[in-house]
Design a protein around this ligand. Structure first.
Ligand code: FPP
Length: 243
């Protein structure tokens, strides 16, 4: 499998199916989310073992505010628990943690935890764990547009200076390379407002497995599918250019 991950730096995952996993077992949705955190731990370890550089996970979307207050609060508590339980080990393992999304509407203690997680791992270079939290791609695009408009207003930029690079740099994900591969679990075929700008040329893999069941074997399966894809970025394959 070393081969499969040879040219892949960044995998992004829509961790879907926690609720269905719990329902199938007659358990509360919270139990599915808790097992989802375990799947996340397994996946971080597996990505590091396969020498990937970035894992981005969708852990709370800006649309998740539509869920019942109790579920929102349990998702927030899972972030609290994850940071409290795993930060030390992540920091020791050289993982740089970033939390990407809107900071507005988040409780103060969550904001402090995010600062702590990012601060304590800022200098790490072994691996990058990017947690999309309170994230929505359209919100990200609007914020980037506002920031660029502000720079035009102050005269720092002219409208004709605006390029795709300027746009990319202005995103919450600005410093992070685009994903090579996007995986969504649970058999749903949607992007759900996740990384719409950044996945323009990513390979998409949809898997039936529910997120709490995800592990190293599923990751390897996804990388195997990726390896068989022909990434052309709108150009031609090497063979075609030779003809
Ligand atoms: C989708 O399942 C999953 C989520 C909305 C949350 C994902 C969160 C975690 C895996 C744990 C949190 C991790 C951190 C780092 C805070 P769903 O509830 O939509 O499942 P369903 O479609 O089967 O109902």
């Amino acid at each position: 499998m070393g081969d499969a991950s040879a040219d892949i730096k960044h995998i992004a995952i829509i961790m879907d199916g926690n609720g269905r996993w719990a329902k199938q077992r007659g358990l509360p949705r919270q139990a599915g989310h808790e097992r989802g955190v375990e799947a996340l731990r397994r996946t971080v370890r597996a990505c590091q073992g396969l020498s990937l550089q970035h894992l981005t996970v969708f852990s709370f979307s800006s649309e998740n505010w539509k869920r019942p207050a109790a579920e929102i609060s349990s998702l927030f508590s899972l972030l609290r628990l994850y940071v409290q339980q795993d930060l030390k080990k992540l920091a020791q393992d050289g993982v740089k943690v970033r939390v990407l999304g809107s900071r507005s509407g988040l409780p103060d203690d969550i904001l402090k935890l995010i600062e702590k997680a990012e601060g304590q791992t800022a200098h790490n270079t072994e691996f990058n764990l990017n947690i999309a939290f309170n994230y929505g791609s359209r919100d990200e695009l609007v914020e980037a547009s506002r920031a660029i408009a502000q720079r035009v207003k102050t005269g720092e930029l002219q409208p004709e200076d605006i390029t795709t690079d300027i746009f990319s740099e202005s995103m919450w994900f600005g410093e992070i390379p685009d994903p090579d591969l996007l995986v969504r679990t649970s058999g749903e075929y949607r992007l759900s407002n996740f990384l719409l700008w950044q996945i323009a040329y990513s390979e998409l893999v949809f898997m039936d497995c529910l997120w709490p069941d995800f592990g190293e074997e599923h990751l390897k399966d996804a990388l195997g599918i990726y390896k068989c894809r022909d990434r052309r970025y709108g150009g031609l394959t090497v063979n075609e250019t030779e003809n």
